[in-house]
Design a protein around this ligand. Structure first.
Ligand SMILES: N[C@@H](CCC(=O)N[C@@H](CS)C(=O)NCC(=O)O)C(=O)O
Length: 201
């Protein structure tokens, strides 16, 4: 499998999943600051010009959640997804979609208005709006994690990779996680050897 991206991006979710799955893969650095993601070679892989993207034989995939799901399905022995057709499997997908649709959106708004958008499109007041919007999903998450080791039952899954990666992104932005339960959960997830391995890329 060929993963395209840069570790300091949502590509870390895919890297983390590949490592936890024990997959063999090659990592192709797409340097966003050099504009590699807008060059024809990469646009041929992901026409959105965004990372991560995964190539496996004749399959090309974009969207970090879909990529992590695909890797987990391809390596079932790593048990990174609950048994198919169970309540846990449905809940795992719920949280994966929720990360992309809800939890990460305020952080992405902050990122866009701090550095990602062209300078004249950046609106400083959006940072305050995003900080306000973060509080909703952060509270939902803190309530969910209370008394739990993992997002779903007793199993470390792709939902944990998606959630913990996003919380680590928030920590990097110095956005308060909002609860000791969430802080402790993130410490636990980032202490995993699988996460630490991604720091080598
Ligand atoms: N929903 C996509 C978002 C991908 C995305 O926005 N990636 C960022 C890096 S974390 C990117 O490539 N940005 C480049 C740009 O927007 O120009 C996913 O989860 O894969």
């Amino acid at each position: 499998m060929e993963l395209y991206g840069i570790a300091s991006s949502r590509a870390r979710r895919a890297l983390w999943t590949l490592v936890e799955a024990g997959a063999e893969f090659s990592f192709h650095k797409v340097d966003l600051s050099a504009g590699d993601h807008r060059k024809p070679a990469f646009l041929a892989i992901n026409p959105n010009g965004k990372v991560p993207a995964l190539v496996d034989g004749d399959l090309t995939l974009f969207e970090s959640g879909a990529i992590c799901n695909y890797i987990a399905q391809k390596f079932p022995e790593a048990k990174l997804l609950p048994q198919p057709d169970t309540k846990e499997a449905a809940l795992c997908q719920q949280w994966i979609f929720w990360v992309v649709a809800e939890l990460e959106q305020p952080l992405w708004t902050m990122g866009k208005h701090r550095f990602a958008l062209p300078t004249k499109q950046r609106l400083p007041q959006m940072l305050e709006v995003a900080a306000f919007e973060w509080q909703g999903p952060a509270t939902v998450l803190a309530d969910h994690l209370d008394g739990r080791e993992y997002m779903i039952g007793e199993l470390f899954t792709v939902a944990d990779i998606m959630v913990a990666h996003t919380l680590n992104w928030a920590r990097g932005f110095e956005v308060p996680l909002g609860s000791d339960v969430t802080e402790t959960y993130l410490d636990r997830m980032t202490a995993r050897s699988g996460f630490k391995k991604t720091l080598e890329y």
